[in-house]
Write a protein that binds this ligand. Structure first.
Ligand code: SF4
Length: 389
């Protein structure tokens, strides 16, 4: 069985104003207790999947780079002892400028990390400050150079658009300056004003304004063109890569591979037990407690939640996740996963998407695939709603 691993580190130096991820500032003792609990969960999970071959590892957060190197070293030793890794494993860690150190990079690289994902967000310091980031753009540049100097060639930069007061030119300038740093992958996310975050309140109260939908759509389109000029191909709604540098972990997730989510708030997708299969489950979504303190006390009995995914739900999920990617969902892959043809299940809906210019059939590796057009990508929710009919 091929398995992907996600490990969550819910700690950040300070909360960004737009953030509703599971993360908080924490003291050394709490981080150490969390890491011990995580090691316990890793050992237990490894024992449940003794034959698994790990194809990708992703350390996310939060900010994995705030976890001290010795604690990280111990976690990664436990990970290596509990699972078999494939030789070509893709091993990514997220990190944030202002927290990345040489010692931390050394530790992670010694454990096999071969890909870094750095939260850059914008090249203009006033913008970074407005959204509550803890770093400047110069610090982001330094972090990328530090990682490159340590021999890491495969580096992603996260950037954001639709930020309060951000102009189209500022966004495009961010992309240009990030490309000039020699990264191999860029994830460009449009700001989502999450209910209850300080930034959302500031916008609701009129203290800040964000670009309107048309401006954000223009930013998306101009960003795609600009990045293509630098050799970055868009392969998913928010993701762009140089040749051969698309993120295998995320592609596996969008293509329905099995994955374990370890750590607070982590979700997984695993095969059902025979008893669950008898009840109609074809896949099981797992979820750990979101609260780090609760996680620490319950880690030995994780995951705490197992949700049944039925055959029909699994088919919709294949379409929902697969249509995020430019190459779309291949007919052969759909049939292999579900034992049913995509056209049999969704024929009428796919025809209507093609008719309205939202979808198309294309030739892809492994045969014909259904994908969204550029307009369909912009109106993805509408396209997916039709598949729910
Ligand atoms: S660094 Fe990331 S996870 Fe941490 S507060 Fe900022 S947005 Fe949230």
């Amino acid at each position: 069985m091929i398995l992907q691993l996600y490990l969550h580190f819910p700690f950040c130096k300070r909360k960004c104003l737009y953030c509703d991820f599971v993360s908080c500032a924490a003291g050394e003792d709490e981080i150490a207790a969390y890491c011990r609990a995580l090691e316990g969960e890793i050992r237990a999970a490894g024992a449940c999947f003794p034959d698994a071959q790990v194809s990708t590892v992703f350390l996310g957060g939060g900010t994995p780079s705030v976890v001290p190197a010795p604690l990280m070293e111990s976690i990664l030793r436990t990970l290596r002892a509990s699972f078999s890794f494939r030789k070509d494993v893709e091993f990514t860690s997220e990190a944030n400028p202002g927290t990345l150190t040489e010692a931390w990079l050394d530790t992670l690289q010694a454990a096999g990390m071969n890909r870094l994902s750095l939260g850059v967000q914008a090249a203009q310091d006033p913008l970074l400050e407005r959204i509550g980031r803890i770093h400047t753009f110069a610090e982001a540049e330094q972090s990328i150079r530090l990682a490159q100097g340590a021999g890491l060639a495969n580096i992603n930069a996260d950037v954001m658009y639709g930020l309060p007061g951000q102009t189209e030119q500022e966004y495009l300038d961010t992309l240009r300056r990030v490309c000039a740093l020699g990264v191999t992958h860029i994830s460009a996310y449009s700001l989502i004003l999450e209910e209850g975050t300080p930034l959302c309140r500031m916008v609701e109260e009129g203290a800040l304004t964000v670009p309107d939908d048309d401006t954000c759509a223009a930013m998306t389109e101009q960003g795609i063109d600009l990045l293509a000029g630098y050799g970055f191909r868009q392969y998913e709604i928010s993701n762009y890569a140089k040749e051969g540098c698309a993120c295998r972990h995320n592609i596996g997730y969008w293509q329905g591979e099995w994955y374990l989510g370890l750590g607070a708030a982590a979700h997984g997708m695993v095969p059902p037990t025979p008893a669950e299969a008898q009840q109609g489950a074809v896949r099981i979504r797992t979820a750990n407690p979101a609260d780090a303190r609760q996680y620490i006390t319950t880690a030995a009995k994780l995951p705490t939640e197992r949700t049944t995914i039925t055959a029909d739900e699994a088919m919709f999920e294949t379409m929902m996740l697969g249509l995020r990617m430019n190459e779309g969902v291949s007919l052969a892959r759909f049939e292999k996963l579900h034992g049913q043809s995509m056209t049999e299940r969704y024929g009428a809906q796919l025809e209507s998407l093609v008719r309205d210019g939202l979808g198309l059939w294309r030739d892809a590796p492994g045969g014909r695939a259904f994908a969204l057009t550029a307009r369909g990508m912009l109106l993805q929710n509408e396209a997916l709603l039709r598949l729910m009919d």
